[in-house]
Design a protein around this ligand. Sequence first.
Ligand code: G3H
Length: 263
Amino acid sequence: MGVKTRTPLIAGNWKMNLDHLQAVAFVQKLHWTLKDAKHEDGSVEVAVFPPFTDIRSVQTLIDADKIPFALGAQDLSAHDSGAYTGEVSGAFLAKLDAKYVIIGHSERREYHSESDEVVAAKTKAALKHGLSPVICVGETAEDLEKFGASAVPVGQLEVALQGLPKDADIVVAYEPVWAIGSGQAATPQQAQDVCATLRTVVAKVLGDDAAARTRILYGGSVKAANIASFMREPDVDGALVGGASLVVDEFAAIIRFEKHVGV
Ligand SMILES: O=C[C@H](O)COP(=O)(O)O
């Protein structure tokens, strides 16, 4: 197994938490915490995904204080502009220096009935506006029981990747739905098995070069206590963190996973 050459990505999905004032205070404290720990900027890419109402404020802070965090959005419209009440265009997110956008999170698939086809359309919209889509896939507990761990995520990813250019700059996030918010993470071995299978899907649809460069994250009850066990796996390139990303010291410890023994 070769040495991993992909830059690890630790992404904090805040979901519907922290208003724009709380967001500024949080990002400032996270930055200071990492600096105090003499964290080497660049060894791990850090991205924060605030609610839409916070993005401009966070972008202004990151820009003014040259904070080395990437900015992401938690969703986007499949449309560029027009009569789509409540939706947010990828063009507007790009103007706010967003680098990433989460697409197809299980909470949107469930609460907003987002189909694989909608996820595919949003993926194309993200790339059109120069955003890297973080394509979320994952099985429910029922899927796991009926089809095993990989079948549903593989099917979801195959649809999302259809029609993309082979040089598409994407990120994939494997998030078993039953592990989200449950405190019961998948085992590192399951994460590795599914992430390796998802990498073969990227290879099949976009080619070997895309498979080699695409970062595949694990998400679902990631904590400081378990991040190192996931990052030791050859096909796990980072984490999409929910609850733990809202606690500065916990998220900073996740970012600094390389300091844990044996990574
Ligand atoms: O986007 C993040 C995932 O939903 C994981 O959330 P969690 O870390 O709270 O389980």
